[in-house]
Design a protein around this ligand. Structure first.
Ligand code: PLP
Length: 406
C-alpha cells in the first residue's frame, strides 16, 4: 500500500509511517501523515480541485477528474484500511448509506442478499426497495440465530446455483445491530459463508476497527458510517467501504466513480482529524457505557436493557470472545412509546437527537422513525453514550427515568 501505482494507475507516496507492531491507539494518531521533511506540514493538506492536469489516456482509477479521485481522500483511506487489516486502500463515500448502496451492488443480478431483520433501518429500507425492483432477492434473518442464518444462506446458494455472475449470494452482517444490539457469531458465520461460496459484508460502525476487525476473520468488505465514531463529533456525514482485496476494490471504485457518491474534500479531512482521538473516545465512552448499563439494569423503570458488556446480556459471551470492548450504545425498553417520550423529554444533559458515536451523549426513542421495523419495541430508547463525566450523565438519565416511577 506504500504506493498506489498499478492498483489505481497513479502513485501517491504513502510511507509506512506507522509500523504494524504499533498498537491501535498509536496508529490512529500516526497513520496518514505526510512524508517527513524539513518544514513539511504534520497534517495532510485539503486539495480543492475538480480536475487534474493531463493529456494521456484516462485509465480506470486515474486521478484525472474530481469524481474519480482526490488527494485529500488518500491518507484517510489508507489509515482506515490499515486499521481494519486490509491490504488495499479503503474508499470514502459521501455518507454511510452511499457506501452501503455500493457494497449491496456487488451482488449478482438476480442473486440473494441475506440481511439481519434489525440491521440499520436505512440499509434495510434501501435493500427492500431494490429487492422490489427485482434486482436481487432479499431474505431477512435473526442475525443472532446462527443456525437460521446458515440455513438461509445455504438455501440462497442452492436457489442461485444457475447464476453465472460473480457473487450470487451476499451475507450482510451488522454486529452489534442498531438499535437492538444483537451480536452475531462473526467467526462461525463468516466461515460458513466462505464454505458455501457466499460473499460477506460487515457493517462495523458500532464497533469500529479498534474493537472488531471482521476482515481478519475473512469478511470481504467492511462498511462504515464514518459519520459516527470514526469522525466522532456529529459535524460531518461520511461513509467508507474497506475491501479485503484489489478486485473487490476495483469493482467498488468503478461504481463510486460512475454513481458519483463521493466525499467532499473538507469532509474527508474532518474524518481523518476525528480519527486522531478515536482510541481516547472509544475508551472513555465505553467505560461510561459500562457504568451506566450496570446502574440502568437496576432501575425499576427499565423493563429490558441490551448492552453486550452486561454479563447476563444474550450477546455477552460472543462479544467478549470476538470484540476488544463492548462499545458505547445501550438500548433500554421502558414499556411504551408514551413512557419513552416522557423520559427523552426530561433529559437536560443528554441531547434528544438521532445519530450516535459523537462526543456528546444522545438519546432517542427509535420508533419515532416510522421506517423502523415494528419488531423494535415501541418503548425502546437508544442511548449513545458520550465522553462527558459519567456521574453527570447518570444524574440526568436517572432523574428522567425517575419521573416514570413518581
Ligand atoms: C448511521 C448508520 C448508517 C448510515 O450512515 P450515514 O452516514 O448516516 O449515511 C449505517 N449503518 C449504521 C450501523 C449506522 O449507525
Amino acid at each position: 500500500m506504500g504506493c498506489r501505482q498499478g492498483l489505481q494507475g497513479y502513485c501517491v507516496p504513502m510511507p509506512e509511517t506507522s509500523p504494524r507492531a504499533h498498537r491501535p491507539p498509536t496508529r490512529v494518531v500516526d497513520l496518514g501523515r505526510p512524508t517527513r521533511g524539513d518544514d513539511t506540514p504534520v497534517n495532510p493538506p485539503i486539495t480543492v480541485s475538480s480536475t487534474y492536469v493531463g493529456t494521456g489516456e484516462v485509465a480506470s482509477g486515474a486521478r484525472a477528474y474530481g469524481r474519480y479521485s482526490n488527494p485529500t481522500w488518500d491518507p484517510f483511506e489508507d489509515a482506515l484500511a490499515r486499521l481494519e487489516g486490509a491490504d488495499v486502500p479503503a474508499l470514502l463515500y459521501g455518507s454511510g448509506l452511499a457506501a452501503i448502496a455500493s457494497a449491496l451492488d456487488l451482488v449478482a443480478l438476480g442473486g440473494t442478499v441475506v440481511m439481519p431483520a434489525h440491521t440499520y433501518q436505512g440499509a434495510l429500507l434501501g435493500a427492500q426497495e431494490t429487492a422490489r425492483t427485482g434486482r436481487f432477492n432479499l431474505v431477512t434473518v435473526d442475525i443472532a440465530d446462527t443456525q437460521e442464518v446458515i440455513a438461509a444462506m445455504r438455501t440462497a446458494v442452492e436457489d442461485t446455483a444457475s447464476l453465472t455472475h460473480e457473487r450470487p449470494v451476499l451475507l450482510w452482517i451488522e454486529s452489534p445491530t442498531n438499535p437492538m444490539l444483537e451480536v452475531a457469531d462473526l467467526p462461525t458465520l463468516i466461515e460458513a459463508a466462505k464454505a458455501s461460496g457466499a460473499f460477506v459484508v460487515v457493517d462495523n460502525t458500532f464497533a469500529t476497527p479498534l474493537l472488531q476487525r471482521p476482515l481478519e476473520t475473512g469478511a470481504d468488505v467492511v462498511v462504515h458510517s464514518v459519520t459516527k465514531y470514526l469522525a466522532g463529533h456529529s459535524d460531518v456525514i461520511l461513509g467508507a467501504c474497506v475491501p479485503a482485496d484489489a478486485p473487490i476494490r476495483e469493482a467498488l471504485l468503478h461504481h463510486r466513480s460512475i454513481q458519483g457518491a463521493i466525499a467532499g474534500p473538507f469532509e474527508a479531512w474532518l474524518g481523518l482529524r476525528g480519527l486522531r482521538t478515536l482510541a481516547l473516545r472509544v475508551e472513555r465512552s465505553g467505560d461510561n457505557a459500562m457504568v451506566l448499563a450496570r446502574r440502568l439494569e437496576g432501575h425499576p423503570a427499565v423493563r429490558v436493557i441490551r448492552y453486550p458488556g452486561l454479563r447476563n446480556d444474550p450477546g455477552h459471551e460472543r462479544a467478549a470472545a470476538q470484540m476488544d470492548g463492548f462499545g458505547a450504545i445501550i438500548s433500554i425498553d421502558v414499556g411504551s412509546a408514551a413512557a419513552a417520550d416522557r423520559v427523552v423529554d426530561q433529559c437536560r444533559l443528554w441531547t434528544p437527537a438521532t445519530s450516535l458515536g459523537g462526543v456528546e451523549s444522545l438519546v432517542e426513542r427509535r420508533r419515532r422513525h416510522t421506517a423502523e421495523p415494528a419488531t423494535v419495541p415501541d418503548g425502546l430508547i437508544r442511548l449513545s453514550v458520550g465522553i462527558e463525566d459519567v456521574e453527570d450523565l447518570w444524574d440526568d438519565i436517572r432523574a428522567a427515568l425517575d419521573v416514570l416511577e413518581a
